[in-house]
Design a binder for this molecule. Sequence first.
Ligand SMILES: [Zn+2]
Length: 355
Amino acid sequence: MREIIDLTKDLMRFQTVPSKPQEIKRCAAFIENYLRTCGVVYNRFDYENTPSILVLPQNGFAPVLLMSHIDVVDAPAELFQPLEKDHKIYGRGSLDDKYAVALSLVLLKNHLQRLRKQGRSRNDLPFGVLITADEESGGFKGAKKVLGEIKTDFCIVLDGGSVEKIVVKEKGIAFVKLTSRGKAAPGDRPWLGENAMEKLIDDFVKLRAYFVKSAPAHQDRAVVIKRVYSGDLHAQIPEYAEASVEIRYTGKDDMERLLDTMQKELHSQIVVEAVEPLFSGGESSHLKLLSGISAKTRVGFEDGANDSRFLAQFSINGIVWGADGDGSRHTLNEHVNIESVYELYRMLDEFMMVL
Ligand SMILES: [Zn+2]
């Protein structure tokens, strides 16, 4: 199992941040090479320049699908040098989500070897593997595209949870744009104009009030401002400004009503670009089987939002599960606990054997 750790480190050396598509491509090519070396047949998808790699036992179907991603959030260059210390691997992508990519690949290789020894083939594999490259930027060119093209009875999103906690419910996500219009002013008399950017900022502050911890009954929502843009940079005063905002919502929220209420208070217009459903894994015999394998693993909820939300869209049952990293995802202290990676491997291995 040491191979999983070495492979994780190899993957971590690629700086697979969304702003470096070439690194993402190099990392995808590295995975393709690994699969070819093991004699695994795979499919590579490229939607709008974003690679995804898919291994299925049969055409278009896997009894179980393991999902993970190679893209990571930004980090200083030194975080792309993996550091092994105190039974942990430190560095960007160790926990989110490259150990999961490595684990899936090694599990795949070992199961294929086992089957070949028995004179069987890829068609007898109990699971498939999907590796995407845009989870951190919404998953629209990876999970969303590929999941729509295949069938699976149960998807295990290896991107969250912990060895002791299988996640069956997560927040949904709404992508919203705030657009603000002001009024131009003569260049030498800017006070006569109306600054669209300033109005936009005021509006974001108002909107944020709906998401603060103290907001009544809304403690579990979250809002993140991702990008701000203003029109003509040469004009003295921005006449137009917009902000891209992500809203994480829970099962308690009525998004339509919430957006309506907020709109009434804002000068800017709220443009809803997409509302992705909540992830809710559904009851399944697979989950029961998995719970039976690990006595100490319980089922729970989590606050994050990841590609699991696409499962609901395609009516796929599933869970979010993963190794332990002490909540260090996306931090400078990101790490994964090696023993938990091994334990996760053992449980998944056993699960695939009894399927
Ligand atoms: Zn992730």
